[in-house]
Design a protein around this ligand. Sequence first.
Ligand code: URA
Length: 270
Amino acid sequence: MDRSLAADLHDALASARELVREWFEEGVEIFERSAGGPKASEARPARAPAGEPTRPADERPGVAAQAPLLPTPSPFGAAPTLEAVREVLGDCTRCRLAEGRTQIVFGDGNPDADLLFIGEGPGEQEDLQGVPFVGRAGELLTSMIERGLGIARSSVYICNIVKCRPPQNRTPLADEVDACRVFLDGQIDAVRPKVIVALGKPATSLLLGRDVSITRVRGTWQEYRGTPLMPTFHPAFVLRQYTTEIRRLVWEDLKAALVRARERGGRFED
Ligand code: URA
């Protein structure tokens, strides 16, 4: 078989596998033959095994609790600084993640950034170095920002929904995310970006206040407390599914985010 056809087939299969995995995670168990994918009206959530109660979404690992419709008042005031938020965070022991961390990974970059990237939680390297996105996924994110978008990483701000490394890099649990949320909101209020980029399902679900399919929601404009929000795939996912199609989609999302930030008056260093 022609090499490029084989590569395209491989990419298409990898994407299809990932999509099916997501649907499975979301509890979809039936499909209409004619449908391109499950529509809300066509999909039924999976039943819990006999004898097991179905757990509500906000008790499942990694599923964000429903956000209140009105933003909760910020304990840092309307216009906090990152220093003030960091100070209140202190040597945090508000959740179990404190037990396993080497250090708190607060955030990195320009405190006045017009583009804010939000990931999931520190990994091993981030935990050791105290800086978000410095491991393999971080290298990819940095290269997408610097070589892809053509702007300096130091001109954006990068943080995570939880500031301490979850054990074995597992997805943060709902109560851990809840405990850290006020600090994420404080960071957003301090930086006041023109555009937020949510990296992956946990960050997007948290900011949208519902359990999302990242495959469906990525590339579509959303809003978080008045700020345009672009969800995209997490760089760690891109590394796992290193297909031309996935890379093209992320590239389009990031370009759209930069264009929108510039349209809103955003400025960036090369
Ligand atoms: N993945 C994340 O979500 N955040 C990091 O800081 C590193 C990897």
